[in-house]
Ligand binder design. Structure first.
Ligand SMILES: *Cc1c(COP(=O)(O)O)cnc(C)c1O
Length: 468
């Protein structure tokens, strides 16, 4: 054993080893980092030898082992923890996979603003201090018809801020059927509790009448709130009160009427037969004083919470201490502006969320067919085109299933679990799902570029399986 230990080369020798030099160059490791990796790996190997966990099989075994351990460690150190994946689940707004991906235009704006100084809070006309609130406010007003608008960190923050600013130590009336829980973490009632607003639930889970609201209003009431039940839909015999009646009731009693829209569509998807999400403009038109919605759901932009509505309320929010706590950074504003601009220029089809939602099933089927042709014969599994149903995701349009299509992978000689794992552990990782008990790649959420990448990935995984 002592003989083995003596064969461990000294650090200074390893530092100059040609292979180590190559690794160092490949991964841009500086000398200090390299030394500490070499020390770490030689110590670990020494330990493994002493405890009998490892022993060399031939004369050069020790050096080879150190080199390969150093390579693995540095390679791991070099790969980011947050990395791109290929979303082959068909769920367009997959909360676990980062929700909306940004349009090219939005990404360009982010890169420019992130790598340079900007007029984030500087008025270039007057040479004086400016406000970051001004950057996208006009665009939101143009696109929604709102009198004023502002942006905070996310929609949960928007809800919290509105309740804190306007209903702290007072009451908010909400229909019992709307008290949603999203993804297990965001619960309107918990946010209300945190904000110090009292929750007055009215009606039953499936029926709420106007008189339920009327009876609940008193001098303690600050606000009537409507929450878009985005994560679940109560099917069957339901009744809710229409917006105009609620707005009128709020106005008669001089209360604030606020809607948490969850997703907030700017594009009229319902006119294309996709879901029933009302556009933000319509909700404001019908008299809502304030609305809030997410930036990275149906809007297709970065994580953000957008608040729009009456100027008097928005002005008070902008002056609130929480505006500073919940403010967004320049990269978010750049991405939002890029995204909003595409709506304003009627280029919304270049926003990936919208493009993916609008893809026709026929086109998707055709892409899946071509994919199978490009891959050709495989040794270990079989590919076939099947139809599927995709989801919007992100708690958006829960009841809406979009006809989609893709490729089922059926096993010949290896299990579906094995293939799923191989795809998931590939770089870039491919996230699939099971559809009708078959391992399935949904093509709705794949760009053409990703489809080409997948041709290569599927083939190489098949070959790797061969070696084993
Ligand atoms: C998604 C959602 C939220 C939370 O929005 P985030 O942007 O994720 O913070 C709040 N309310 C409703 C109704 C939602 O659907």
């Amino acid at each position: 054993m002592q003989k083995f230990l003596r064969n461990i080369p000294p650090i200074h020798e390893l530092q100059n080893h040609i292979k180590v030099r190559q690794i160092q160059e490949k991964f841009y490791v500086n000398n200090n980092q390299l030394t500490s990796f070499l020390q770490q790996e030689t110590n670990a190997l020494r330990n493994d030898i002493l405890t009998g966990h490892w022993k060399p099989e031939h004369e050069n075994g020790i050096e080879e082992e150190i080199l390969s351990r150093v390579y693995r460690t540095i390679q791991q150190w070099n790969t980011p923890n947050l990395k791109r994946v290929i979303n082959a689940t068909g769920t367009i707004l997959h909360t676990n996979l980062g929700r909306a991906r940004l349009s090219e235009e939005a990404v360009k704006r982010v890169v420019e603003v992130a790598s340079h100084y900007s007029n984030l809070e500087y008025n270039l006309e007057q040479g004086t201090r400016g406000s970051r609130h001004d950057i996208v406010e006009d665009l939101i007003m143009e696109l929604t018809g709102a009198e004023a608008a502002m942006v905070v960190n996310n929609n949960a923050a928007a809800v919290y801020m509105i309740l804190t600013a306007f209903a702290k130590n007072q009451n908010v009336v909400v229909s019992r059927g709307e008290l949603v829980e999203i993804g297990g973490s965001f619960r309107v009632s918990s946010i209300m509790e945190e904000s110090g607003a009292g929750l007055v639930e009215v009606g039953t889970t499936n029926k709420t009448h106007l008189f339920d609201y009327e009876n609940a209003i008193d001098e303690e009431t600050a606000m009537l709130m409507k929450v878009h039940t985005s994560n679940f839909k109560i099917l069957g015999f339901t009744q809710s009160v229409d917006r105009e009646s609620l707005v009128q009731l709020a106005q008669e009693n001089e209360k604030l009427y606020y809607e948490d829209l969850g997703s907030g569509a700017l594009h009229a998807f319902h006119e294309e037969g996709i879901g029933e999400e009302p556009v933000v403009r319509k909700i404001l038109n019908e008299g809502a004083h304030l609305v809030s919605f997410s930036g990275d759901k149906l809007l297709g932009g970065p994580q953000a919470g957008i608040i729009a509505g009456k100027k008097s309320y928005i002005d008070r929010l902008k002056k609130h201490q929480l505006a500073r706590v919940l403010r967004v950074d320049k990269m978010t504003l750049a991405a939002l502006e890029g995204t909003f601009k595409q709506y304003a220029k009627r280029e919304e089809n270049q926003i990936p969320v919208i493009r993916d939602l609008r893809k026709s099933q026929g086109d998707i089927q055709e892409q899946a067919r071509q994919f199978i042709e490009r891959v050709g014969e495989l040794e270990h599994f079989k590919l076939s085109v099947i139809d599927s149903e995709a989801q919007v995701g992100g708690g958006t349009m829960p009841e809406v299933l979009i006809p989609s299509a893709g490729v089922a992978l059926t096993e010949k000689s290896v299990s579906a679990e094995k293939i799923e794992q191989k795809l998931r552990k590939h770089e870039p990782s491919v996230i699939t799902r099971y559809y009708n008990e078959q391992l399935f790649i949904d093509f709705r959420t794949l760009t053409e570029e990703e489809q080409s990448e997948l041709v290569y990935i599927v083939k190489s995984i098949d070959q790797q399986l061969q070696i084993v």
